[in-house]
Each structure stands twice: as structure tokens, then as C-alpha cells.
Design a protein around this ligand. Structure first.
Ligand code: S3P
Length: 441
């Protein structure tokens, strides 16, 4: 069977309610933290995607058992020193930067060497952003030009460190936090703003942590070596998966969509702020707090008069995985949209900024690029004709899903390769599109 889909019709108006699958960042953190707990944890609504399944396989290789029960996963940890690391162990992180980087944080005390490998895309990404700070704790590394495979050798003599995380990378910050968990004494992290699920988890689990939020960065202090018990957690829906449906609805005439129980942590809702600034009127309903995280239904309606937006770079980290669909909305809006300082986008599963600019130009959108800043000249009348083929995007799941939204809202006949890419983060994507009436084959 060919691993591509064809879309030749726009989606028809819909009025529906859906639930997207569990948040990927939270799912991976659940698995990794449950592997450090003493006793059994129960995780409901865990995202069953390749990145998360690889996380489960990784902890299993490190001696932590898990099992799938009727509607939850059970993970049985033995505390902070509970990993058993055989000699010559290799673990495979697949496509997941979050898994590969966070697990390194948990391995700073490993007794034997562990080799971390990944797929082709992950093997092209930079690991110095985590090996540098983790070396300061005392772990040693060998690697090939800061790329995978990375071999880590942990130590019994971990020393707490003081580190300034300047990239605004939650993966990097979280790897340091997990290393801090294994280390006696006080670790201090000054961190450029990024998603804060790990901080919220630590508070929840009574791990001693202090966070002072400053305007441009957070000051975090962690006291390590504090064991915690198994926990129960119900993973909320993923805003990054919801993003595709938000833009799909905005750009489809006479449509309305409710997305139930989505995580709307303030460090993740950049997309909603940006789209609302464009005139979108996306609303939250039934907001509630769950273990420190904000969860809400999201309501979105079609909008035929979106306007261009000037995006300040301060919002980048809270919308980092959503820019691809935000660009689509900008392409259909009236006026020019500007986005600044998006260099980190090129360091994801594929060089997303390069690929997005090329794609937008290929469908007739005027884009000007100056280094990592782009200007999109929107055109509300954008209506595609003819054939459009999308391939060579390094099997990046989010590029695949963005292109589906383009095909279903802008017209034209699309052929999109590498459908299986969605399995890393959102295997249910196509089924949900079909539920809304999309015709795909
Ligand atoms: C993630 C952080 C972000 C994001 C990624 C998931 C996380 O990466 O792009 O999809 O779960 O911590 P960076 O931390 O590298 O920005």
C-alpha cells in the first residue's frame, strides 16, 4: 500500500465536537517521571503514538516494567536509583527529541555506559544543548559532532550546578531538571521562557522546587534526591494537535468546532493569542485546573475576515510547534503578517522554516525572508487550482498535517507523501478529519 494520500476536494461545512489525543509533552513526562517514582503509577489517556511508545520501551530497557490495563497504563518504579543499566546498553529514541534529551537527564547517574540512538531525522539534531549542561553535573559523553548516537557515562559524584538556559528550550530545561532530581543539593536554572510542564509536575509530586517568574526568564531552584510515590494522572488533550483543527475550522465556511478537554497551559497557547489577534474569536469554555495544569474546551468558528498579524518574538516559544498552521492562516488573511527570530523552527524534526517558506511559495503565496524573519503577504482570495505534490519533507508529522489542512481549505488537487509520519504524534489525525467529513484517499 502506498504511504501517501490524495485530497482533491475542500472539506464541506461542519458543526462538530471532537477530542484530540493526549498531550505529547505531558505523556512523555508522565512515563519518565513514573519510572522514577516508588511504586505503581496509573496513567489515563496516555497518547499512544510512536514517541510515547518508544518512551515506554526505553524505561523497560532500563528495568522498569509497565503494562497496559483496560483504560490506563501502569508503570512500576523503584525510585530515583531504580534504573538497572546493563553493560553495552543501547536505547532507541525514534523520532523524539523530547525523549532523547530528557532521558539523558535521568541517566546522569547511570553505572554503565548507555548509547542513545534515533531515526534519521533525530540523528541530525543537535545534542550539545543537553550534553553541555549535563557535563557540568559530572556526566561524561562521547558523540559524533554533537549528534546521535550519544554515549553517556553517569557518575556517583554528581554536583549541583547553576546553568543559564538561553535557547528557550523546554527539552533542555527539563533535561537539567531531571538531572537535578538525581543530584544532592541545590541546582539553579535561569531559563528563557518555555513550556513549564516539568515544573508543574515537580510541584505536584512534592519535589522541592521554587520557581520565580521574571518577565523574560524563569529562575528555578531544585533540591534533589527527594523520592516520591507512584501517582495517578489523566493526560489532557494536546493543543499542538488541536492547532490543525483550529485553522481547518477558521478557513472552512460556515463551520464550528468544539475541541474537548485540551491543555491550555499559558506556555502553550501562543497559537490562540496569535489567531485571536488575527480576528479569530476562539473561546475557552468549561475551564478547570487539573493537577496544576489548565484544561478547557476550545470553541472555534469559521472566519472569512482574518487580518495580518505582527508577531513579537516573545510569543515564539509558546507557539513553537504551531507556526506551520499559523503561516497558513496568515496566507489567507488580509494584509501582511510578520514573524521574527524563528531560527529554532529549523532545528525541529525537519528544517520547518525552510520547508514552510518553500511550500507557501509553491502554492502562490508571496513570502519574503530575511534570515530567520519572514513576512507573509496574505490573500483572502487564495484559491488553488491544479496539482500539488508534497514530498521530501523528512517525514515531518507536522508538515504532513499542515499540508492536509492546506489541501482541505485552499482547493487544488493534492498528493501528500509519508502519511505514516503522523504516527509519531497524532495517529488519530486522519480519522478525526474523516469524522468532520473530509474526503481523503
Ligand atoms: C517539547 C519542547 C519543544 C517542542 C517539542 C516538545 C517538550 O522543543 O518543540 O515538540 O516536550 O519539552 P524545544 O524544547 O527544543 O523547543
Amino acid at each position: 500500500m502506498l504511504n501517501k494520500i490524495k485530497i482533491k476536494d475542500k472539506i464541506q461545512p461542519f458543526n462538530k465536537s471532537i477530542r484530540v489525543s493526549g498531550d505529547k509533552s505531558i505523556s512523555i513526562r508522565c512515563v519518565l517521571l513514573a519510572s522514577q517514582a516508588i511504586g505503581k503509577s496509573r496513567i489515563y489517556n496516555l497518547l499512544e503514538s510512536e514517541d510515547v511508545i518508544n518512551s515506554l520501551k526505553v524505561i523497560k530497557k532500563l528495568g522498569i516494567n509497565y503494562s497496559k490495563k483496560k483504560n490506563f497504563y501502569e508503570i512500576n518504579g523503584y525510585g530515583l536509583d531504580g534504573f538497572s543499566v546493563e553493560k553495552n546498553l543501547t536505547i532507541f529514541a525514534g523520532n523524539s527529541g523530547t525523549l532523547a534529551r530528557l532521558i539523558l537527564g535521568l541517566l546522569v547517574n547511570c553505572k554503565n555506559k548507555v548509547k542513545i540512538t534515533g531515526d534519521k531525522s533525530l540523528s541530525n539534531r543537535d545534542f550539545s544543548r543537553v550534553t553541555n549542561p549535563l557535563s557540568e553535573f559530572g556526566a561524561s559523553f562521547s558523540n559524533n559532532n554533537n549528534k546521535l548516537p550519544v554515549i553517556i557515562q553517569g557518575t556517583n559524584f554528581l554536583r549541583p550546578t547553576k546553568y543559564f538556559e538561553k535557547l528557550g528550550s523546554a527539552q533542555c530545561k527539563s533535561a537539567i531538571m531531571l538531572a537535578a532530581l538525581k543530584t544532592d543539593g541545590k541546582t539553579i536554572i535561569k531559563s528563557k521562557k518555555s513550556r513549564n510542564h516539568t515544573e508543574i509536575f515537580f510541584k505536584n509530586l512534592d519535589i522541592p522546587i521554587k520557581v520565580k517568574e521574571k518577565s523574560n526568564y524563569d529562575h528555578i531552584e531544585i533540591y534533589g534526591k527527594s523520592n516520591f510515590s507512584g501517582f495517578s494522572y489523566d493526560v489532557p488533550g494536546d493543543i499542538s494537535s488541536s492547532a490543525f483543527f483550529l485553522v481547518l475550522t477558521l478557513l472552512t465556511k460556515n463551520s464550528r468546532l468544539t475541541i474537548k478537554k485540551v491543555n491550555i497551559n499559558k506556555t502553550r497557547i501562543g497559537i490562540i493569542k496569535i489567531l485571536n489577534k488575527m480576528n479569530a474569536n476562539i473561546l475557552f469554555k468549561n475551564k478547570m485546573k487539573y493537577k496544576g495544569e489548565l484544561v478547557s474546551d476550545i470553541i472555534v468558528k469559521s472566519k472569512n475576515n482574518l487580518k495580518g498579524v505582527k508577531c513579537s518574538k516573545n510569543i515564539n516559544s509558546s507557539a513553537i510547534d504551531e507556526f506551520l498552521v499559523i503561516f497558513l492562516a496568515a496566507a489567507k488573511a488580509k494584509g501582511v503578517s510578520t514573524f521574527k527570530d524563528l531560527g529554532e523552527l529549523n532545528k525541529k524534526e525537519s528544517p520547518r522554516l525552510d520547508i514552510a517558506v518553500k511550500f507557501l511559495k509553491s502554492i502562490g503565496v508571496k513570502v519574503k525572508r530575511n534570515n530567520n524573519d519572514i513576512k507573509i503577504y496574505g490573500n483572502p482570495k487564495l484559491d488553488l487550482k491544479g496539482k500539488h505534490i508534497m514530498k521530501d519533507f523528512k517525514k515531518d508529522h507536522r508538515i504532513f498535517m499542515m499540508t492536509c489542512v492546506a489541501a482541505l481549505t485552499l482547493g487544488g488537487k493534492f498528493e501528500i507523501y509519508d502519511k505514516d509520519s503522523i504516527n509519531t504524534s497524532f495517529p488519530n489525525f486522519i480519522n478525526l478529519l474523516k469524522k468532520l467529513g473530509a474526503k481523503l484517499n
